[in-house]
Design a protein around this ligand. Structure first.
Ligand SMILES: [Zn+2]
Ligand SMILES: [Zn+2]
Length: 290
């Protein structure tokens, strides 16, 4: 059994009520290793510009059938949960939907556009946004793999150097206690400065606090910023998790998210860096909205 399967089994045991959502996550994670997505990643030879994620200003040529195949799978699995919110997603399978625009909105974490598409479909906004957020994940994992050598080794921004997302959590690794942020979308890792808020850049130790929830155990803390009220979960471990396990680690520590929210802290919504991606189908950019 792989670490990912073990992680999912553990989550199922601890939270049987999460099963419908874990089935959707499992499907996305199994897609992450599908080599079909690697063939869609544009090659990059130029080195990374400072502060600019690799995905910014890129032109992606995708095939609608790949997106439709994944979208239908995720919605059908979500639909099996039987909850009214998930059931409301079904029109996305049947209605004429501009899949490239949907994909672009998901890739760029454009919550306003996803909300508009959900309204067009008559779907529950939160359920639609949650499933749509997973749609670009297999491609993003392929980008992280394919662009490993293009990455700037000196990247120390608060957002992901590959896809521009805010970190899902940070890892303090090994006896040297080196600190890395991890991306919950593409699975990448990048070095994190100590005493640094990734969201507002705060470095004043008087403004940065570490919260240790009673039940979290000694390996997990919440690093929070009193200025912007953002927080990052931090785990002390020997090694970093493999890329597909980042999403599971994030889900497995939801008690820390609850504790942070109770203390008045939050993770910012939307992207850390606004991407300007062009998504085309066979080289033709689509103008139609949905
Ligand atoms: Zn990323
Ligand atoms: Zn901050």
């Amino acid at each position: 059994m792989t670490g990912i399967e073990t992680g999912l089994e553990e989550l199922r045991r601890q939270h049987p009520e999460w099963e419908p959502w874990l089935a959707v996550v499992q499907e996305v994670l199994s897609e992450c290793v599908n080599p079909e997505w690697d063939t869609l990643v544009p090659s990059r030879s130029e080195s990374q510009e400072s502060k600019v994620p690799l995905l910014a200003s890129i032109t992606l040529t995708l095939e609608r059938r790949s997106i439709r195949r994944l979208l239908e799978k995720l919605i059908l699995i979500a639909h099996r949960s039987g909850t009214p919110a998930m059931a409301s997603l079904e029109p996305a399978v049947h209605r004429d939907l501009d899949l490239l625009n949907l994909f672009k909105a998901s890739l760029c974490q454009d919550r306003d556009r996803l909300r508009d598409i959900a309204a067009y479909l008559g779907a529950d906004t939160e359920a639609f946004q949650a499933v749509a957020a997973l749609l670009p994940v297999p491609l993003l994992h392929a980008c992280n793999r394919q662009w490993a050598s293009a990455r700037s080794v000196s990247w120390t921004e608060g957002y992901c150097p590959v896809c521009g997302a805010w970190p899902a959590f940070s890892e303090v690794r090994g006896i040297e206690r080196s600190r890395y942020f991890r991306c919950g979308r593409c699975g990448s890792e990048w070095q994190a400065r100590c005493l640094f808020c990734p969201y507002c850049g705060m470095t004043d130790h008087n403004e940065l606090v570490s919260l240790v929830p009673e039940k979290s155990g000694s390996n997990s803390v919440i690093d929070a910023c009193k200025r912007c009220l953002g927080y990052v979960k931090t785990f002390t471990k020997l090694q970093g998790s493999p890329a597909p396990k980042v999403m599971i680690d994030d889900l497995a520590t939801v008690d820390l998210d609850v504790a942070a929210l109770e203390q008045g802290y939050k993770r910012p919504q939307g992207a850390g860096y606004s991407l300007d991606v062009i998504v085309t189908d066979n080289g033709k950019a689509l103008r139609r909205f949905f």
